[in-house]
Design a protein. Structure first.
Length: 187
C-alpha cells in the first residue's frame, strides 16, 4: 500500500525561512558600502585618467605636424570625454531613487540589488562603449603615423580590446553573484 498523503508537489510541506529586519539592514549597509567604495574608486581613477588624457591631448595637438598627430590628439580627447560620460552615468545612477518608499525592507533591498545587477549587466554599453571611439582613434593615429610597422597599433589595440572584454566579464560575473543574492532574498 502506498502513502498517498503526499502524492502531489502541491501537497508537500513548505518551509520558508523569513529574513529578519537586522539581516536586511546589514545586507543593505553592505551593499551601500560596496557601491560607495566602488563609485569613489571610479571617480578618483577616472578623474586622474581624464586629467592625464586631456594633458596628452593638448600636448599632442600643440606638437602636431601630421594628420596622424591630430587623430591621436583627437583620440585622447575623445577618450577623456568617454570617461566623463561614464562618470556622469555612474553619478546619475547612484543618486537616483525610483524605489517605492512604502516598500518593505526586503522589497527595497531587492529593488536596489536588481538595479545594481542590471547596471553591471549593461556595463559593456555604458562603461566600455563610450571609451571605444577614443581608443580606436588613438590606435588609428599611431598606425597612420607608421603604416609600414603597425605592430604598436595591433598589439596595443589587441591588449586594450582584451582588457575591455575582461572588464565586461568581471561585471557580468558580479551581476551573477547579485542575482544569487536576489534569489536568496525571494526564498
Amino acid at each position: 500500500m502506498s502513502d498517498r498523503s503526499h502524492h502531489s508537489w502541491k501537497e508537500q510541506p513548505v518551509t520558508t525561512a523569513t529574513i529578519n529586519l537586522n539581516e536586511i539592514k546589514a545586507r543593505h549597509a553592505a551593499l551601500s558600502r560596496t557601491t560607495k567604495r566602488r563609485n569613489t574608486l571610479e571617480y578618483v581613477a577616472g578623474g586622474v585618467a581624464v586629467a592625464f588624457l586631456l594633458v596628452m591631448s593638448v600636448v599632442t595637438f600643440l606638437a602636431a605636424h601630421t594628420v596622424a598627430d591630430w587623430v591621436v590628439g583627437a583620440g585622447f580627447a575623445t577618450l577623456a570625454l568617454g570617461m566623463v560620460i561614464v562618470g556622469l552615468h555612474i553619478f546619475r545612477k547612484s543618486t537616483r531613487t525610483d524605489a517605492d518608499m512604502a516598500a518593505s525592507g526586503i522589497d527595497y533591498l531587492t529593488f536596489r540589488l536588481e538595479r545594481e545587477r542590471d547596471l553591471l549587466r549593461s556595463a559593456w554599453l555604458w562603461y566600455v562603449g563610450p571609451m571605444v571611439p577614443g581608443f580606436v582613434l588613438v590606435y588609428l593615429g599611431y598606425w597612420m603615423a607608421n603604416p609600414e610597422r603597425p605592430i604598436f597599433a595591433l598589439v596595443g589595440g589587441s591588449l586594450t580590446f582584451a582588457f575591455l572584454v575582461f572588464v565586461v566579464i568581471l561585471n557580468r560575473r558580479a551581476a551573477r553573484r547579485i542575482e544569487t543574492e536576489i534569489r536568496s532574498l525571494r526564498k
